[in-house]
Design a protein around this ligand. Structure first.
Ligand code: NAD
Ligand code: ZN
Length: 341
């Protein structure tokens, strides 16, 4: 089969022919129809320090996808060939304390599809049946292909009650924009998103985020006055991984505010801890998606009030993958969906 492989320990990904993955008794073989490019895939392409210490070479990459079941292992009864599915890209151990308590997202031994084991930038991928998620008929293929990052946004946004709350999202990348749209869908009062890249803010406006702020040009206290906020934000969703954004957020929170942190910041960055203490803030780290509560909620949201189709800026055939990665690396793309058919 064709697959995008990290076959050399250097910058790039290469389209190669590799064997179709074998399946065990508990696995499902899926024919990939669409896959999307994540920031993580760009790190793997760039072969930065994180990628060098995390990704074994050679490896079939990619983890955002949807497709169709083609074969199931002897112990699988839930899934049938022809069924449309996506899947959770974190493979958990099933035997650590958290896994046994039903909190798979807190597993200590998580392995990433397309990061530590064969991924979805391929004509076929094998997943444990536990990780497979069926797609309802009314959910379009391209939305199912971005369930993984949408799940990040939903997990982060739904970490705290948002009904009637004022919400600050720092970072208008695809996940930040989706997080803002989730907040609006579930009844937040004011939703403000910040970025320093005008193109990303323009996309946020275009898809209907209430208030967009260029953090390089305007200070949050001025924005708050302009939009009629007198106290501070109740909930923060950190989606930039940028230390200055996180510091701005801490400054703009109301006393007792709650912050969910998805963005991966540089190691050792500084914040003013006294502000966290005297404002009595709650900070919560977020990794991946809750298994499988996030998936249930996300699917219900896209079947209902949530429309995230506007963040797909590029729809390309798989043979144009280099252009897709170029658009991601230059920051001109939000979500790039690649068609394998
Ligand atoms: P992205 O890099 O596309 O978006 C981040 C955005 O933050 C960019 O648009 C950037 O311009 C903006 N930014 C930079 N400095 C800023 C500042 N000072 N103020 C406001 N915005 C600023 O990333 P993404 O794909 O949307 O993902 C969001 C973050 O979540 C990234 O840090 C990513 O690494 C991380 N992530 C974490 C998980 C997890 O499980 N914890 C999963 C996926 C992604
Ligand atoms: Zn575990």
């Amino acid at each position: 089969m064709k697959a995008l492989v990290k076959s050399k320990a250097e910058e790039g990904l290469w389209m190669e022919r590799v064997p179709v993955p074998e399946i065990g008794p508990n696995d499902v073989l899926i024919k990939v129809k669409k896959s999307a490019i994540c920031g993580t895939d760009v790190h793997i392409w760039n072969w930065d320090q994180w990628a060098q210490k995390t990704v074994p070479v050679p490896l079939v990459t990619g983890h955002e996808f949807m497709g169709e079941v083609v074969e199931v292992g002897s112990a699988v009864s839930e899934y049938k060939p022809g069924q449309r599915v996506s899947g959770e890209g974190h493979i958990v151990c099933g035997h650590c304390r958290n896994c046994r308590a039903g909190r798979g997202h807190l597993c200590r031994n998580t392995l990433g599809v397309g990061v530590q084991r064969a991924g979805t930038f391929a004509e076929y991928v094998s997943l444990p049946q536990h990780n497979v998620v069926p797609i309802p008929d009314d959910v379009p293929d391209e939305i199912a292909a971005i369930f993984d990052p949408l799940g990040n946004a939903v997990h982060t946004a739904l970490s705290f009650d948002l009904v009637g709350e004022d919400v600050l999202v720092t970072g208008a990348g695809p996940i930040g924009i989706m997080g803002a749209l989730v907040a609006q869908s579930v009844g937040a009062r004011k939703v403000v998103i910040t970025d320093i890249n005008p193109g990303r803010l323009e996309l946020a406006r275009k898809v209907g985020v209430q208030h967009t702020v260029n953090a390089a040009e305007e200070k949050l206290p001025d924005v708050m006055t302009r939009i009629g906020m007198t106290e501070g934000f109740d909930v923060g969703l950190e989606m930039s991984g940028a230390a200055p954004a996180f510091r701005d957020m801490i400054d703009a929170m109301n006393n007792g505010g709650k912050i969910a942190i998805l963005g991966i910041a540089p190691t050792g960055f500084e914040i003013d801890w006294n502000k966290v203490i005297f404002k009595m803030l709650t900070l919560k780290g977020i990794y991946g998606r809750e298994m499988f509560e996030t998936w249930y909620k996300m699917i219900a949201l896209v079947q209902g009030p949530l429309d995230v189709s506007g963040i797909i800026t590029h729809r390309i055939g798989i043979d144009d993958y280099k252009g897709g990665f170029e658009a991601m690396r230059s920051g001109t793309a939000s979500k790039v969906v690649m068609d394998w058919e």
